[in-house]
Design a protein around this ligand. Structure first.
Ligand SMILES: [Zn+2]
Length: 278
């Protein structure tokens, strides 16, 4: 299976990438989509993907960092134009398979909302221009973000709603428009509504992700998350869907490959390999 959203470039993993990847492989994770969230992490993402055939990269600027692209009135700044130009260059590299993570975050509001909208709009258009799908980050802004996508125009290659935390209406929106839902550690949390939403969506509409080093699944809450722990999310999703874990691993991997393309590492094509017993 593939960890469809991870940040191996983070300092939490410094010097440990090889060990983290080895533990992941033992847990049945053979591929990684390393997601950028600002310009430096986008460059690091590409460097990781260039060094490891099992890793693919995304490049983009997170809503938290939208102010590096646009000002508080929603005007793209000259520094922002430079960042967008470099993202466009990076996106031309074959290791880069999506634009992200981009979106709206009204939970933390770390950048002014007009700046978030402007950065989001510019990067939706960038995705279409370079012919790539998007990895979306949305928090406490589901209605606004989905309406904005409809208004700006959906990227032709669609994408994934990472760390999905929307409601039934968001599941329906995604189904009607061909977007996938990224499901991670929170599906294992006691009070989460995600199990019923995963059941509503069905296996064909989801991708598995860790968002490591963040959002660890039970029983690793409070620890640094890593890709090996995706096995716990897989087990939970499989039990919700009443499918065998190996079946969920196979079908979500197939969905990943349809959206983002195959990984370069031949070992990662063992998509039918059952995860080991745990
Ligand atoms: Zn992330």
């Amino acid at each position: 299976m593939i960890d469809s959203h991870v940040h191996l470039n983070r300092e939490e993993f410094r010097g440990e990438t090889a060990d983290v990847m080895a533990r992941a492989r033992q847990a049945g994770v053979h591929g990684f989509l390393n997601v950028g969230y600002d310009l430096p992490s986008s460059r690091e993402s590409l460097a990781l993907a260039a060094a490891h055939p099992a890793i693919r990269a995304t490049v983009g600027v997170h809503p938290h960092d939208a102010e590096t692209i646009a000002d508080a009135t929603g005007q793209i700044t000259s520094a922002g134009h430079e960042i967008l130009a470099e993202l466009t260059d990076l996106a031309a590299r074959p290791e880069v398979v999506a634009i992200g993570e981009i979106g709206l975050d009204f939970f933390r509001d770390l950048s002014p909302r007009p700046a978030q909208y402007a950065a989001f709009t510019a990067q939706i258009k960038l995705a279409d221009q370079v012919g790539l799908p998007v990895v979306l980050h949305v928090r406490d802004a589901w209605a606004e973000a989905l309406a904005h996508l409809d208004e700006v125009g959906l990227p032709a290659k669609r994408g994934v709603l990472h760390a999905f935390s929307g409601d039934e209406a968001a599941v329906a929106w995604a189904r009607e428009r061909g977007f996938l839902l990224g499901i991670g550690g929170p599906v294992t949390y006691k009070k989460s509504r995600l199990p019923e939403l995963v059941a509503l969506a069905g296996v064909e509409q989801i991708l598995l992700e860790t968002d490591a080093p963040w959002l660890p699944p039970v029983p690793h809450r409070g620890q640094r998350n890593e890709s090996a722990y995706l096995a716990h999310t897989l087990d939970k999703v499989a039990s919700v869907l009443e499918l065998a874990p190996a079946e969920v691993a196979r079908r979500t991997t197939a969905s990943f490959v349809r959206l983002f393309g195959a990984l370069a590492d031949p070992a990662d094509r063992e998509t039918t390999t059952a995860p080991p017993e745990r």
